[in-house]
Design a binder for this molecule. Structure first.
Ligand SMILES: Nc1ncnc2c1ncn2[C@@H]1O[C@H](COP(=O)(O)OP(=O)(O)O)[C@@H](O)[C@H]1O
Ligand SMILES: [Mg+2]
Length: 245
């Protein structure tokens, strides 16, 4: 279970160019206003305009971002004081798999994420091959990662994260860079996972399939609940042009 208790995020932004010459100061900007919610549903989607604060919200959940006020708990573990426990429970998938894939080949990349399970090298490699087979990447285990397509790379990034069997998966626009065919592959995979999934997405069909949808606008959760209403509100916000970013 994910709990946000008045969790807010602020950051320091440089002074505006016109202020610099006149001794302008850094400004505190609000990336997410204090937010309280308990997320227990299996499928949760987060939608909102570019720059509205979706990634900030997603990153709070695995401790990639820490709250400036309030707190965030995952199964009771506080992201600020028990980050290691939180990261064991929460896997995070980025939009761009290149941000996630660090090893030269798929088998090495998945084996790397298995390191914290305490297996020896041979066991890690064997397990990595099993994981790759599960994701349809067995034949590409030894290829250079750079030779994979964008869709295959995203599948590999997902395989690496899921290899350690996190209880929760947070995906920050995992299909935004993919063509329609790969989007479907990744959507189907996410739909079929036993894990709790929090999906940040611009794909309103995917959002509509969720159990619960949060709409973020101007650093605030402005809707939390029914998917259909959420999508309708988001469309209204986009049509009115009253957005950030
Ligand atoms: N470290 C930071 N300092 C200042 N502003 C930031 C920082 N990180 C993000 N922002 C700004 O905060 C807003 C929300 O960012 P983000 O959560 O990434 O939005 P989204 O994922 O919805 O596009 C954006 O306007 C972004 O430029
Ligand atoms: Mg984002």
């Amino acid at each position: 279970m994910i709990e946000l208790e008045q969790a807010g995020v602020t950051a320091y932004a440089p002074a505006q160019p016109e202020e610099r010459g006149s001794g302008g100061h850094e400004q505190v900007v609000t990336l997410l206003h204090p937010t309280t919610c308990t997320l227990a549903e299996r499928r949760i989607a987060v939608i909102g305009a570019n720059g509205s604060g979706k990634s900030t919200l997603a990153r709070l959940i695995n401790g990639l971002a820490l709250p400036s006020s309030g707190r965030v708990l995952v199964d009771g573990a506080d992201t600020a004081t028990d980050g290691a426990a939180v990261r064991r429970r929460v896997g995070f998938v980025f939009t761009d798999p290149d941000a996630q894939l660090v090893m030269p080949t798929p088998v090495e990349d998945v084996a790397l994420s298995l390191r914290r399970l305490g297996l020896d090298r041979a066991a890690r490699t064997a397990r990595a091959r099993q994981v790759l087979a599960r994701f349809g990447l067995a034949e590409r285990a030894e290829l250079p990662v750079s030779a994979l397509s964008g869709g295959q790379k995203q599948l590999l990034a997902l395989a690496g994260v899921l290899a350690t069997e996190p209880a929760v998966l947070v995906c920050d626009e995992p299909t935004t860079l993919l063509d329609l065919r790969w989007r479907r592959v990744v959507d189907d995979l996410l739909d079929g996972l036993p894990q709790q999934v929090l999906l940040v997405t611009h794909d309103l069909e995917a959002a509509a399939r969720a159990d619960r949808v949060l709409v973020v606008d101007q650093a605030q959760v402005v809707h939390d609940g029914d998917p259909e209403q959420a999508v309708a509100l988001y469309r209204d916000l986009m049509a009115s042009g009253a957005t950030t970013g």
